[in-house]
Design a protein around this ligand. Structure first.
Ligand code: LLP
Length: 432
């Protein structure tokens, strides 16, 4: 039942996260609520950093992909761990800057950055802007020139790799809205264009092949393909790029049956490939960046709900309805994503029933999990959905004008609110 080290069961038989009793948390803060274990987040960030130190001589750094879970406190945690941050919108950039995140440690992504977003990136001296297309390159060069600045850029490349994951979250193949294609020569053309421009400085290339990937081979292949391109760029332009951004995408444990490899293994294998390739191609070892998102926060977070109606449809199924749903976790509706569900106040009991956990939105597809194992529950019980730390809060909506739940951060058993629960006033705040 446990999908991460931060989840346990205490002597009352209650589920705990980061040492805090989730039934008490539900009482104190209400439901639905997202709860994170800060130590688990920090542990994951450190593990990634350590893997670069151990296997790549420390010649790289971790840039947390904040789209997985972005709020001010998360930015502060990254800052205090010495991790960089990757943002993908003006809103994420604003959040990071608002807590004093060092702008040189921010990487700005996105396949269709607006002029205002590019201006904000240049005005705030963001460390790297990962340029997605020629229109953006030209726009950025102009914006930087108007300000008498030079923007440090990377290009997003589609390395043509088909990672084995859900269609909607794989991005490395040629038919993708992200980045420059290799096969068509588009990437090389962009490199040459950038090298001829006065107000952008090309530092390296970036690729991100997809998300929730368990195999290491596609990452190794991506590194190989990228370095071949570095060699080709050197041959054609005489320029040797000094940085290589390999993106994120490392899979996490959603189900007990899943067994992701330790992140150190990824870095060990990829480092070996980079070393080999560089030697055989006559390249210097580039500074490496990795951008884990899900693997930093995913298993560090859970969502607490209160059970409402339990509807048994004989011979068909039992619906257990909760006081949240697709508005706070759209991932089942979008990807049929897997989760483990536990009754927090009966966590020590066997999960002997098979039920479907449904949300409260006015939509049949508003499910959290179908045909999942759960303890026998009744109205008023507390449900915990595990491993909801990534892409839940950050993908939440106000569908049905449902206010977003708060985010509670637990550290060494002590809880604090880091994002307040929305009120109806918040939901209607911008209405005229
Ligand atoms: N870097 C780039 C450029 C990315 O596009 C992403 C994720 C990451 C890093 C972080 O990937 P991670 O380590 O979190 O897998 N909403 C989907 C996931 C979309 C991922 C988008 N890009 C989901 O809920 O599964």
């Amino acid at each position: 039942m446990y999908v991460s080290d931060c989840i346990s069961i205490n002597e009352s038989g209650h589920l705990t996260v980061g040492g805090a009793d989730t039934v008490e948390l539900a009482k104190q803060y209400g439901t639905p609520a997202y709860v994170f274990d800060e130590n688990e987040i920090r542990k994951n960030l450190r593990e990634f950093k350590k893997s670069i130190d151990e296997h790549y001589g420390g010649n790289g750094h971790v840039s947390y992909a904040s789209k997985a879970f972005c709020c001010k406190e998360m930015c502060r945690i990254c800052m205090s761990e010495g991790a960089g941050i990757d943002v993908v919108s003006g809103g994420e950039l604003y959040t990071a800057l608002s807590v004093g995140f060092p702008s040189e440690d921010i990487i700005f992504h996105g396949n269709n950055k607006t002029p205002a977003e590019l201006e904000a990136a240049v005005d705030n001296n963001v460390g790297r802007i990962v340029v997605d297309n020629i229109t953006e390159l030209e726009m950025l060069n102009k914006i930087a020139a108007e300000r008498g600045k030079t923007a440090g850029i990377m290009f997003r490349i589609k390395p043509g790799i088909d990672a084995h994951t859900h269609d909607f979250i794989k991005t490395g193949q040629i038919d993708s809205k992200f980045g420059f294609a290799l096969e068509t020569g588009e990437a090389m053309q962009a490199v040459k264009a950038a090298l001829s421009m006065t107000n952008v400085k090309l530092r390296g290339l970036h690729c991100h092949i997809g998300s929730q990937i368990f195999d290491i081979d596609p990452f190794e292949l991506a590194a190989k393909v990228m370095l071949n391109l570095y060699k080709e760029i050197k041959a054609q332009t005489g320029v040797e790029l000094a940085e290589l951004n390999l993106g994120g995408g490392f899979g996490i444990k959603y189900l007990e049956s899943e067994c992701p490899k330790p992140y150190a293994e990824y870095m060990k294998n990829v480092s070996a490939v980079v070393k080999e390739q560089c030697e055989s191609l006559g390249l210097k070892m580039p500074h490496i960046l990795i951008e884990p998102g899900r693997s930093v926060v995913g298993a560090a977070g859970i969502t607490l709900y209160t059970v409402g109606a339990v509807k048994e449809i004989p011979e068909i199924r039992t619906y257990v309805s909760v006081d949240g749903g697709m508005a706070d976790n759209p991932r089942y509706a979008l990807y049929h994503a897997d989760y483990e569900v536990v009754c927090a106040n009966k966590a020590a009991e066997e999960r002997s029933e098979t039920v479907t956990v449904a949300g409260k939105c006015c939509e049949s597809g508003d499910l959290i999990q179908e045909n999942t194992k759960l303890q026998p529950v009744k109205p008023g019980d507390i449900l915990a959905v595990l491993s909801t730390g990534a892409y839940n809060y950050s993908m939440a909506s106000n569908y049905n004008r449902i206010p977003k739940p708060p985010v509670i951060m637990v550290k060494d058993g002590e809880a604090r609110i880091v994002v307040k629960r929305e009120s109806y006033e918040h939901v209607a705040e911008c209405d005229i």
